[in-house]
Design a protein around this ligand. Sequence first.
Ligand code: ATP
Ligand code: MG
Length: 360
Amino acid sequence: AAPATRTFRIAAIPADGVGEEVVAAGRTVLDALAAGSGGAFAFDWTEFPWGCGYYAETGRMMPADGLEQLRDFDALYFGAVGWPSVPDHISLWGLRLNICQNFDQWANVRPVRFHPGITSPLRKADHTELDWVVVRENSEGEYAGLGGRNLSGRGPGNEVALQTALFTEHGCERIIRFAFDLARQRPRKKVSSVTKSNAQQYGMVLWDEVFERVAADYPDVETESVLVDAMAAKFVLKPEDLSVVVASNLNADILSDLGSALAGSLGLAASANLNPERRFPSMFEPVHGSAPDIAGQGLANPAGALGSAALMLDHFGLPAEATRLRDAIDATAAAGIRTPDVGGTAKTTEITDAVVAELG
Ligand code: ATP
Ligand code: MG
């Protein structure tokens, strides 16, 4: 008898702006992969209409029991959150960070990939020989949400606000170990740790100390510690020296945007918010935001969302399918089928159709 079909239950949360367009692209491509799998695997989708539109109707970004509704899915496939009508901190904390924090998605993996035929601003070539991954601490650090307003007690004009970064030894250690384990699976076994410990003398010094201690357990992995300002320069001047870059929440957020810009567009970058213990579903989403300037026009580059779908396939234990999908994205770019952000004239749906055709 034929082996039973493995069905993966996925919650799709397109949310706002181009999120809807790129999640639709990802669903189409994943369904095409499943259709071609000869019954080996299938995807069972449930879509949740949450985000800034939902907020306008209900005053909430997601329902009060939203996390309960998501808890039993095998993965979450997310679009982008935010719209000019809703303050960013409300939309972000109300949906995306609410999910990341409560599902303990403490590791955020953001590969920096260069695509054939898509010109990098780096040295005006496509630089497909470059390949590194930003590993972002995703549960504490500068985005711990600690601090307060109006702390001076002296009224308007004299306000004092405090924004505190939280670093725990446990939090540092688990993300640094994650980075070393990832480095071991890559051709170049190297981890670059990023802090600003010359200027931030508590949390970042703790991070540096934990990094040194963990590194001793991985003698086969090359290491370096680099200040974040120097690392920003290194991304541009010596990227061939990078394999896994591990950094705190804020620093890795900035560096991964820089990485995707070097590849040619923010629309290219993929990301996985992982709960490595698999107690909760992990969430896969493009790095870019809702892009209100191009939303609803069919102009969004779906490559970041499609790359995120490939990371989801890796997470499901389907690495050969993930590679097939990445190759199809690359072949489409190489064939000159590109959205305007990377110098082309193709629509989101044309990229999607071309990727599906490559898979066929
Ligand atoms: P966030 O705060 O959510 O990260 P943001 O304010 O940084 O969002 P984005 O919404 O990511 O900004 O948009 C930044 C720029 O990148 C915009 O000009 C937008 O059009 C462009 N951009 C973002 N995503 C895409 C995409 N998928 N395809 C093409 N262009 C994109
Ligand atoms: Mg941004």
